[in-house]
Design a protein around this ligand. Sequence first.
Ligand SMILES: Nc1ncnc2c1ncn2[C@@H]1O[C@H](COP(=O)(O)OP(=O)(O)O)[C@@H](O)[C@H]1O
Ligand SMILES: [Mg+2]
Length: 256
Amino acid sequence: MVMSKVLTISGQKGGSGKSVTAVNLAVSFALYGKKTLLVDCDPQGSVTEWSGIKALGYPFDLSSVLNGKATIIKAIVKTEFNSLDILPAGFDLFHVALKLAGTVSNEKILRLFLEDVEPDYDYIIIDAPSSYGFLSVAAMTAADWLIIAMCTQQNCLEDFHCLLKLIKYVRATHETPLKIASILFNRCKTKDEIDRFLEDQNLAEIKDLVSQNFIPEDGAVKKSIDKKTPLALYDVKSPASSAYLDFAKEMVLVFK
Ligand SMILES: Nc1ncnc2c1ncn2[C@@H]1O[C@H](COP(=O)(O)OP(=O)(O)O)[C@@H](O)[C@H]1O
Ligand SMILES: [Mg+2]
């Protein structure tokens, strides 16, 4: 039985590239033949839209699972990639989260539902919202590993320290091993730019966690979003698509 690696894409700043990373990392894993489930845990539904499944329609989504209207198996949608399935989300997730928030044990709900399908996948990737709210905590509690999306356009020292506090909270409250698998920089030009940024931000201590790959600023990202298609289908040779494929390869080695 294959036990999957559950990875949440985190980082508390909006616009740091979490959702772009969730979609394109999941597609990259699928292209390497890894059975992958992409879970949209954000009421914005970015990955649901950008992966192209929203236009095709689906009867249930993550909110249906959390409020008991559908089993997780029923809510999972197949995609044009043999190895990629998606658990979609939309704004209904906001209302369900309001009901579940405030009770600490509910923060484990996504983890418990995912346990039912974990044996079916090599990787489960969860896209978390940019907040300190219930859904972020539930997404982090569901995972054993975090990938943190950062970009050099945003100051991140305080955010990073708050994220560490959140990780500590999740570990202590839910007794999970939650660890940082990698910090992935997005929208930059060179590795030097990342090193300089870490020095400037007093974050040199996290250098070892930073991926050897980074995602360059690339017009193909916005164009693929506009077309609601993953980068690998829009232009597999684009710099960002190649970078996501390289990053996925790096992650496969980390989890070997
Ligand atoms: N590598 C990139 N190159 C160019 N634009 C990017 C890149 N990554 C992200 N973007 C842009 O940044 C926006 C925000 O990214 P998103 O993944 O939604 O961030 P988050 O989920 O962290 O809020 C996207 O809509 C996209 O237009
Ligand atoms: Mg997002």
